[in-house]
Design a protein around this ligand. Structure first.
Ligand SMILES: Cc1cc2nc3c(=O)[nH]c(=O)nc-3n(C[C@H](O)[C@H](O)[C@H](O)COP(=O)(O)O)c2cc1C
Length: 336
């Protein structure tokens, strides 16, 4: 069945959902353009908001855009639409990454993830020494699989291996002047801003140096930073894909967001440990064929703890390119 076109207020809700997605350093590298009849929404990369030193191939950019695409789909479902998506990272327009149908009817058996979009934040604080139950892990694994990716929650040996590689990557990043300068450029420690990471969202470093949270400033640490004891053995999940092309990165981003929203609904917090993914050799060494296919795209820490602070987002008007749509709407309203 086909639903009518979105209204402008529904379009704003969908665009705000896209804008609330997680992204590397809260860079928000996306733009949205509705079709003139408000029946589809095209999602573009905004390469002016790329993070080129840490992410030269655009992997993290595509993962971030994939998360925004998933939020559009979740918001469309909430409005009773199917939100079916066509990924098109190699179309004639290299910035066009996805087109989402806003008019097909939603399948009845999908959970409504929209309420979790606003509640989800990165939680960089220590978690309790309490495992996420098997039943919830099973749901998260199924959520990733729905998006064509594999989520594996690692056993102790795998956790230790990933933490070691992340520690090595964090150390290297802290010694890399260009990377540090780029990362610092996304911190918003004094002035409020519509992007980047505010001081309130940064957490402590691990007192025992076992859980390598990103320092964001290297050495010396940022003013006011402190250490706390983190959970003894973090629960680490990795998202992997068979291929390692832009379309796989978009799938990984959608999988990450579906997993993160479902986790949020189940009261599970998460944060990202991405440092080892940002160096090609540590990314390669993250792989474990026993845990999933091919290519590691995302490392997440799951658990129970404080929710994490809200980070700012750009206004809907800034990410939404209304083009002809606004003109048509204004003409219709004026003629009514
Ligand atoms: C591809 C990607 C990489 C990220 N890497 C890290 C990381 O290494 N450390 C970290 O603390 N957060 C990381 N994040 C989380 C972002 O910093 C976070 O999503 C952003 O600041 C917005 O905040 P929010 O998740 O609370 O909405 C990453 C997110 C994405 C999508």
């Amino acid at each position: 069945m086909t639903e009518p076109s979105l209204t402008l207020s529904e379009l704003r809700l969908v665009a705000a959902a896209a804008g609330a997605a997680p992204s590397l350093h809260n860079s928000q590298p996306w733009r949205l353009r509705p079709s003139a009849d408000l029946r589809t929404l095209s999602v573009f990369a905004d390469r002016a908001r790329a993070v080129p030193v840490a992410d030269p191939d655009g992997r993290a950019l595509h993962i971030s855009v994939g998360a925004a695409v998933f939020n559009v789909r979740a918001a469309a479902r909430h409005l009773g639409r199917s939100g079916s998506v066509r990924l098109c990272p190699s179309s004639a327009d290299p910035d066009l990454l996805a087109v989402i149908d806003l008019t097909g009817s939603a399948p009845a058996d999908e959970p409504d993830l929209q309420p979790a979009i606003e509640q989800r934040h990165s939680s960089r604080r220590p978690f309790a020494n309490r495992d996420v139950p098997e039943a919830v892990i099973g749901e998260l694994i199924a959520a990733a699989a729905q998006e064509g990716a594999t989520l594996a929650v690692l056993e102790e040996a795998g956790v230790r291996r990933v933490l070691e590689l992340t520690t090595e990557a964090e150390r290297r990043t802290a010694d890399d002047v260009a990377r540090l300068a780029e990362t610092r450029g996304w911190l918003r420690l004094e002035e409020p801003a519509a992007d980047g990471i505010p001081a309130a969202a940064l957490g402590p470093l691990d007192h025992d140096a076992r859980v390598p949270m990103r320092s964001f400033t290297g050495t010396p640490p940022r003013p006011g930073s402190h250490t706390e004891r983190f959970e003894a053995l973090p629960q680490i999940a990795v998202i992997t894909t068979h291929g390692d092309h832009p379309v796989d990165w978009l799938r990984a981003g959608q999988a990450m967001e579906r997993v993160w929203l479902l986790a949020t609904l189940r009261g599970v917090r998460a944060s990202v440990l991405h440092q080892a993914v940002e160096w090609s050799d540590t990314r390669w060494r993250l792989r474990d064929p026993a845990e999933g296919p091919g290519h590691v795209q995302m490392v997440m820490r799951l658990g129970y703890g404080p929710p994490g602070a809200r980070t700012a987002r750009r206004a809907v008007e800034e990410i939404l390119d209304m083009g002809d749509c606004q003109r048509l709407h204004d003409e219709t309203s004026a003629g009514a």
